[in-house]
Unconditional design. Structure first.
Length: 127
């Protein structure tokens, strides 16, 4: 399959282009495994930030055994894994249980008042 936005060839199981992040045509993609992943391209902020960094977020839906030449590991279901990539190599990763991932999603969706202003913190009123 080729990305409809940038034309880069993609593995058939990708839902998003690993080059430009565009959504791949969903009608051509069937769920093929125990996880779903999405790529997010980075923004360079500091001079030492990598020019081609990305965040891959994978939601693990089913438990499965991953086997490589080095051995195998039982990957649990119901967690979200965040991997930081530079070019084609992962440099760091962390997993969160589903409830923590939900809290992270709520944090990211929180309304910020005043555009660029700091988020407001509501304190409980005395009773």
């Amino acid at each position: 399959m080729f990305c409809p936005t940038c034309g880069v060839r993609q593995p058939d199981e990708h839902r998003f282009c690993f080059s430009c992040g565009a959504l791949m045509p969903r009608q051509l993609i069937e769920r093929r495994g125990p996880k779903e992943s999405r790529w997010f391209l980075s923004v360079r902020v500091l001079p030492d930030d990598p020019p081609r960094g990305a965040l891959r977020v994978s939601r693990y839906l089913e438990q499965f055994e991953a086997t490589t030449a080095e051995g195998s590991v039982l990957v649990p279901s119901h967690h979200v894994r965040f991997s930081i990539w530079v070019d084609d190599a992962v440099v760091s990763a962390i997993s969160l249980p589903d409830d923590e991932a939900t809290s992270l999603g709520e944090f990211l969706l929180a309304q910020v008042r005043g555009g660029d202003a700091e988020p407001s913190v509501q304190t409980p009123s005395p009773r």
